[in-house]
Design a protein around this ligand. Sequence first.
Ligand SMILES: *[C@@H]1O[C@H](CO)[C@@H](O)[C@H](O)[C@H]1NC(C)=O
Ligand SMILES: *[C@@H]1O[C@H](CO)[C@@H](O)[C@H](O)[C@H]1NC(C)=O
Ligand SMILES: *[C@@H]1O[C@H](CO)[C@@H](O)[C@H](O)[C@H]1NC(C)=O
Ligand SMILES: *[C@@H]1O[C@H](CO)[C@@H](O)[C@H](O)[C@H]1NC(C)=O
Length: 399
Amino acid sequence: MGKLGILGRSVFFRKPTESMRLFITTILGVMLGFFIGISFPAISITKLHFPSSIISYIEDKNSGITTQALLNHAWTSQHQNNSLSDVNATAEIYITSNPKGTERLAPGILVPESDFYLRRLWGNPSEDLDIQQKYLVTFTVGLGQKNNIDKAVKKFSENFTILLFHYDGRTSEWDELEWSKRAIHVSARKQTKWWYAKRFLHPDIVARYEYIFIWDEDLGVEHFNAEEYIKLVRKHGLEISQPGLDPNKGLTWQMTKRRGDHEVHKETEERPGWCSDPHLPPCAAFVEIMAPVFSRNAWRCVWHMIQNDLVHGWGLDFALRKCVEPAHEKIGVVDAQWIDHQVVPSLGNQGKSENGKAPWEGVRERCRREWEMFQTRLANAENDYYKKMGITPTNSTHF
Ligand SMILES: *[C@@H]1O[C@H](CO)[C@@H](O)[C@H](O)[C@H]1NC(C)=O
Ligand SMILES: *[C@@H]1O[C@H](CO)[C@@H](O)[C@H](O)[C@H]1NC(C)=O
Ligand SMILES: *[C@@H]1O[C@H](CO)[C@@H](O)[C@H](O)[C@H]1NC(C)=O
Ligand SMILES: *[C@@H]1O[C@H](CO)[C@@H](O)[C@H](O)[C@H]1NC(C)=O
């Protein structure tokens, strides 16, 4: 939108002769449009049920042409009656099954869902898209990880929409990468992946995507291919998944360690006493939050569980199982397509030094506190519900 405004303006404030030439061309164009409008009264613009003065006003705003007086007159007299009968028709529409607040709109015009497909400013809209990507991958990035993200993005085919969330405000530097122009860039300083996800990945916005990857920036993807990954996820019916993690790099849960002899695994054994039930986290029904992949349906649920203020998402991994049933069958780790976690303390360093503590300490402290708050909120919400329903709560909500 911004681009359009700039274009429109710069065109008309160039050198005088050029402007004049453009001006005349545009006038001719408008006149032509006008005559077409007269001879085919049913063309699309007459179907917009705006008062004609509004149409001319909009055109005027965008083009700087002052012919609206002329157009006004013609369109007004031609369509006045139309508009009046429309007012009557509109007043009769009230459809209670429409989404809340849209009851007065005819259902045929409602578009409740969207996507991140990039369109062009010209041509036939139905021909805008060569390909309608079925998968979405997001990375939360800082410029320091540019090379790593470049490698990662190249593991995702043209069937993926690429969405980058920039936490350091530096976006233009990415444009030298070939794929950057077909990526979507969202910039908001010092926010976390769950903050962005809550704000920009509403289930209705990402409804076109069958699978959604919400990934960190510090993942090594040498042994990973996204199309192959999706084949396995489909084959094994995983609604929430992650690639296995290289067991030789960094500390990790048993569950998310890659196993060499499997395509996919859904359960594991942890240290004695860590799992109250073999079907519960961290022994099953569990993936971590660094590289999760959600099916469309699972994401609709998980998005609703994300808290606006708990930006680090700690504890979310243990609660993902609330979103799929049976969780120990629909949550799993893909071993055949695996990654390594490089553990770069990137966003952690974006904290603030307080009370003599290093920035990362403050961030870590907040992570822990958020984890507790999330656990408490979840337990309270469930207990409230059970109480209201007259059910005695079970203790299975632990973890
Ligand atoms: C509008 O409707 C009135 C009455 O039906 C009619 O006399 C008039 O010609 C119409 N005006 C136009 C521009 O169609
Ligand atoms: C609008 O509705 C009213 C009442 O239903 C009716 O009397 C009137 O003729 C309608 N006007 C038009 C332009 O259809
Ligand atoms: C993209 O998706 C289409 C349709 O599902 C498939 O035929 C094609 O092989 C995919 N592209 C890649 C690179 O896998
Ligand atoms: C839940 O756990 C507490 C303490 O561990 C115990 O006292 C209580 O009886 C348990 N409740 C149920 C319903 O199992």
